[in-house]
Design a protein around this ligand. Structure first.
Ligand SMILES: Nc1nc2c(c(=O)[nH]1)N[C@H]1C(S)=C(S)[C@@H](COP(=O)(O)OP(=O)(O)OC[C@H]3O[C@@H](n4cnc5c(=O)[nH]c(N)nc54)[C@H](O)[C@@H]3O)O[C@H]1N2
Ligand SMILES: Nc1nc2c(c(=O)[nH]1)N[C@H]1C(S)=C(S)[C@@H](COP(=O)(O)OP(=O)(O)OC[C@H]3O[C@@H](n4cnc5c(=O)[nH]c(N)nc54)[C@H](O)[C@@H]3O)O[C@H]1N2
Ligand SMILES: [Mo]
Length: 679
């Protein structure tokens, strides 16, 4: 039977699943899907273990022990919904509806489940959540240059002379890109990975530029300097499709390779060679990772990278260009799902999700947050500044409901836990963000225990609260049909019935897809080297390298915390999902920190030692991995383990800060100064 991977990953793999005696027994990739081609990752291959996990929540639960203790008693759905309605009504009466905060992210990328709560909380007048934790910074930067979150189809890298995997660990985080990289390489492409450590992706590349974290904009500016000085540019493309070249050319004179080399931590000769290779032909494809943007200067970094293909005309080449995300290419109408028309006027306050800890503990906030409703997210583990998040979640006067598939760190702090269905148990529509297909998945299993989908639970809550009932009277199927029907030409002709029959459809885009061949949907209609919009926002209007707020240039902090600590994903978890799996935890090993021999030796740390990593926020325990995979001065902590599986009971996000990046209000997860010592 067909299914679709529901997880927050650019690939959105098409799956084939086997069900025997009412149990999921096998999951493989569907070879017929044009992009994912039957290749899936090691975690989703073990999906049966997740669906039938001993940690699955099967019935509604009520807390019977202290907050955070995870002691619960089973209750009925009627009692759960009734309790929530009574508590919410009292809170609305005493504090106003803004005292209710919904908190969700991308546990499921299914569009019905992702947006299931929006109409309910809008109609209640609850606080709005700024869902900033992942893509906002990268997207804001990308839009500043090219106006839309789209780019050349990655399939087009097959046939390129040069493929650059820039801040993307595709071998872990979007494995299907590696299928294309291999094909491109077989056709003669030279592959360069740009990453502070030697990831499995970098290992498979011909060349690895091991940059210092947060310096990619400087690297790109040095490339521009060489391209312009040596005339390796496409004057025709620049003339017809870009804005501000004259000012850019003047500006990049300040970034000669010799000056940039010590900033990025690479020899000037390497920068020049890379630039010449990039400028040798327009058949150059850059796949930019979203992870790259999780730095203080991450928006500007993405904006700067988006300028490169415009200098050489690569955006117009059938095997060139760049892709950060395909998300904005889908011309669907989100108002159908989000229902902004249900919001009261003026709209309720907006709370940035990465400030959850602040929102729950700030005594001056009026009204205070008195009720938290968490679904499709595990904020206790994934949010920065975890200590503050946990302090907030531990508040006795906070009424917390968590709708979950498994008993997560966050669920442990709930007053009520509600059981959620998995993608194998409910219908949904999936929109990829690393490729250009829409897919529909039907349930292949009945709901496990008494599990209900986000859509069903929000519908019950809407009824209990007497709001938005007409919206939830729709079926998911009707909602999907309406969502597609209200879209633009990119989805014209794609219907529920067709998706149900075929499983997927590529949206209506030409092949090759060259969205910026003749300009871009910015204010000027051109790819903007110079951005008046950024100038108005008080940001540098031209691509500019700004050192990290929390990096080696911050000498006061670096004196105490001399190492840069980046915190990218690991192979077998997806954010904190799959940390529930004993099998995958075993494959992953143990929470660990990679450090270079030059950093380990003076600290008396040997491979396998128990160590403490400390930042200005807090400390957590890890096992040291002494390895030349990372450069001196940079330590790497991969993955997010649940607290109960982490030595010392606190995870990686105890170390990270909740300050926002330069653009988009997102988190600077990777801009961390730390110290490592033996435990
Ligand atoms: N296995 C697995 N897959 C995942 C996820 C997961 O947790 N595990 N998460 C999913 C989600 S939610 C997302 S958003 C995507 C993210 O996927 P990607 O966009 O691929 O980003 P990441 O893998 O987070 O990080 C990419 C790389 O950026 C590197 N990096 C960090 N700082 C810098 C820097 O300053 N410069 C450069 N050049 N590189 C830097 C990191 O070392 C990492 O190797 O992956 C998804 N897929
Ligand atoms: N240190 C560090 N922290 C990070 C990152 C990092 O790279 N490093 N990456 C950040 C990024 S990119 C992101 S996107 C965030 C992700 O943050 P989250 O979106 O919170 O990601 P997950 O940890 O996967 O938690 C999702 C939860 O939703 C549940 N779930 C899945 N499907 C459903 C459903 O249909 N209904 C309900 N009710 N629940 C469901 C799952 O069981 C899971 O526990 O984490 C961020 N945090
Ligand atoms: Mo993400």
């Amino acid at each position: 039977m067909r299914s679709v991977c529901p997880h927050d990953c650019p690939s959105a793999c098409a799956l084939l699943v086997t069900v025997e005696d009412g149990r999921l027994t096998a999951v493989t990739g569907n070879p017929a899907h044009p992009f994912t081609q039957g290749v899936i990752c090691g975690k989703v291959r073990e999906y049966a273990e997740r669906v039938h996990s001993p940690l699955r929540v099967k019935t509604p639960l009520r807390r019977v022990g202290p907050k955070g203790g995870g002691e619960f008693a089973e209750i009925s759905w009627d009692e759960a919904i009734g309790t929530i309605a009574v508590r919410w009504q009292a809170i609305i009466r005493d504090h106003g509806a803004e005292a209710i905060l919904p908190f969700s992210y991308a546990g499921s990328m299914g569009q019905v489940q992702y947006y299931a709560g929006h109409p309910l909380f809008h109609a209640l007048g609850a606080s709005r959540l700024d869902r900033s934790i992942c893509v906002n910074t990268a997207y804001a930067g990308w839009r500043a240059t090219v106006g839309a979150v789209t780019g050349n189809d990655s399939e087009q890298m097959v046939g390129a002379d040069l493929v650059v995997l820039w801040g993307v660990n595709a071998a872990y985080s979007t494995i299907n890109v590696m299928t294309l990289v291999k094909q491109a390489r077989a056709r003669g492409a030279h592959v360069v990975a740009v990453d502070p450590y030697r990831t499995p992706t970098a290992q498979q590349a011909d060349e690895h530029l091991r940059v210092r974290p947060g310096t990619d904009a400087a690297l790109a500016l040095a490339v521009m300097n060489v391209l312009i000085t040596e005339g390796r540019i496409d004057r025709n493309y620049i003339e017809r499709a870009t804005l501000g070249f004259g000012r850019l050319a003047e500006h990049v004179k300040a970034y000669p390779p010799e000056r940039v080399a010590p900033i990025v931590g690479l020899d000037a000769g390497i920068l020049v060679r890379f630039a010449r290779r990039y400028g040798a032909s327009p058949r150059t494809f850059i796949r930019v990772g979203i992870g790259l943007s999780r730095h203080d200067n991450g928006g500007m970094t993405c904006r700067t990278l988006a300028c490169l293909p415009a200098l050489t005309g690569a955006y117009a080449d059938p095997h060139g260009g760049a892709l950060l995300s395909s998300g904005g290419a889908f011309g669907v109408d989100y108002a159908v799902l989000e229902r902004p028309d249900l919001l009261p006027a003026p709209p309720p306050r907006l709370i940035n999700m990465i400030h959850l800890g602040r929102a729950l503990t700030d005594r001056t906030l009026a009204p205070p947050v008195k009720a938290l409703y968490v679904y499709s997210s595990n904020p206790a583990a994934v949010c920065p500044n975890q200590t503050l998040v946990l302090e907030g979640l531990a508040r006795e006067d906070l009424f917390t409901v968590v709708h979950e598939q498994v008993l997560t760190d966050t669920a442990f702090y709930a007053d009520l836990v509600l059981p959620a269905t998995t993608s194998m148990e409910h219908e949904d529509l999936y929109r990829a963000y690393g490729q250009f297909t829409l897919q529909l998945a039907q349930p292949v299993l009945p709901p496990q225990g008494q599990a209900k989908s986000n859509w069903e639970v929000c519908a019950r809550l809407a009824r209990a609260m007497g709001v938005a009932e007409e919206h939830y009277a729709k079926t998911p199927r009707a909602l999907i049909s309406e969502f597609l029907a209200r879209g633009d030409h990119t989805v014209r002709g794609i219907t529920y019935a067709q998706l149900r029959r075929d499983g997927w459809a590529r949206i209506n885009l030409p092949r090759p897809y060259l969205p910026f061949a003749h300009g871009a949907p910015t204010a000027s209609g051109r790819v903007e080297f110079y951005s008046e919009r950024m100038e108005r926002q008080g940001l540098p209007p031209l691509p500019t390298y700004t050192p990290l707020v929390e990096g080696p240039e911050n000498r006061a902090l670096a004196a105490r915390y001399p190492l840069q600590g980046i915190v990218p994903p690991n192979r077998f978890f997806l954010n904190s999902s799959f940390s529930q799996s004993e099998l995958l935890r075993r494959r992953q090993g143990t929470p660990s920190v990679m450090l270079a021999p030059e950093d380990a030796a003076p600290r008396g740390i040997a491979d396998g030692d128990a160590v403490v990593v400390a930042s200005a926020r807090g400390r957590a325990r890890f096992t040291a991995r002494v390895t030349d995979a990372t450069r001196s001065g940079v330590v790497v902590i991969e993955g997010i383990w649940w607290h109960r599986f982490h030595p010392g009971g606190r995870g990686v996000n105890v170390l990270t800060d909740d300050r926002v990046t330069d653009m988009g209000g997102g988190p600077a997860f990777h801009s961390n100064l730390v110290e490592v010592s033996r435990a």
